[in-house]
Design a protein around this ligand. Sequence first.
Ligand SMILES: NC(=O)c1ccc[n+]([C@@H]2O[C@H](COP(=O)([O-])OP(=O)(O)OC[C@H]3O[C@@H](n4cnc5c(N)ncnc54)[C@H](OP(=O)(O)O)[C@@H]3O)[C@@H](O)[C@H]2O)c1
Length: 312
Amino acid sequence: MKAIICTQYGPPEVLQLQTVSTPTPRNHEVLVKIHATAVNSGDVRIRGLAVEGMMKWLMLLVMGWKGPRKKILGNVFSGEVVATGIAVTKYKKGDNVFGMTGFSMGTYAEYMCIAETKNLLLKPNNASHAEAAANVFGGQTAIHFLLKAGIQKRTSPKVLIIGATGAVGTAAIQIAKHFNAEITAVCSSNGLALVQQLGVEKVILYDKENFTACTEKFDIVFDAVGKTNKKQCQPLLLPNGMYKTVGGWEVATETIAQLQLLKDLFEQDAYHAVIDKVYNMEDVVAAHQYVDSGRKKGNVVLLIHQDSTEKK
Ligand SMILES: NC(=O)c1ccc[n+]([C@@H]2O[C@H](COP(=O)([O-])OP(=O)(O)OC[C@H]3O[C@@H](n4cnc5c(N)ncnc54)[C@H](OP(=O)(O)O)[C@@H]3O)[C@@H](O)[C@H]2O)c1
């Protein structure tokens, strides 16, 4: 099969399209023919070893000293089950599935194996493979942090989302709306149209005004792009308010319940895929260069197999 191999840590050019052997599913695994994956901020961070201080040592320890031990990056997918291990009961050949592989990665490839008990579900029935793959990374992260901030326990919470136009930010808007939040978004002038399209009325443009000078107070301040710290945002919080950031040591969990919520909301037309650009597998270097810019709006999709009959 064709797969994108991360030959070493470095610039996007370290990614090479190579031919490797197609994996065989073990007893509890399904073999997924991947139709779409996404190039996420996490992928470019690993490829470029783009972390500071202690985090760099930790990443080298976890990911591999000389280069990523797992040579095939990518951790979200949407595709079709083409074979099953003998003990698989939940899925059958022909099922369309989507999900996340976490630190196992391996989705920048034509095929991958995943245990049926891991983070996968039947694809939302109204989603294309590109949409399904695009929803997962930001969606899982936003749900994790907003739940940790107690959004589910608050009545019509006032939520400030900093960095509202990235993969996590656009997901956070939609998840906060699901919890009846009154949202204020912080983004640049370039992102204004997008956040308005997602239904946000109150917007602070960080390139025009200092959002920390905002006089309004919030139940939750969620920094979805990791550009602030607690001290800076503390004055924006109501007495029981909570600050959360993607930029600290807290790592988002990826759970099947969160994936189920994303699927349900998508099927109810209450969650939409925000796709900035779509690249073919062969153009992965360009896709990484774009994501490296830190300016993408929502998600960047990488199409792997395009020979299928898309549901949408
Ligand atoms: N802790 C965890 O478990 C976890 C999980 C997932 C992601 N993350 C981290 O979360 C961060 C965001 O991820 P992502 O995938 O959403 O990134 P992304 O999609 O690449 O985010 C880029 C977006 O952020 C906006 N932006 C850049 N600088 C900004 C600023 N100073 N203020 C407000 N908006 C700004 C950009 O728009 P403009 O250029 O128009 O401003 C762009 O739309 C990454 O650093 C990632 O590593 C952490």
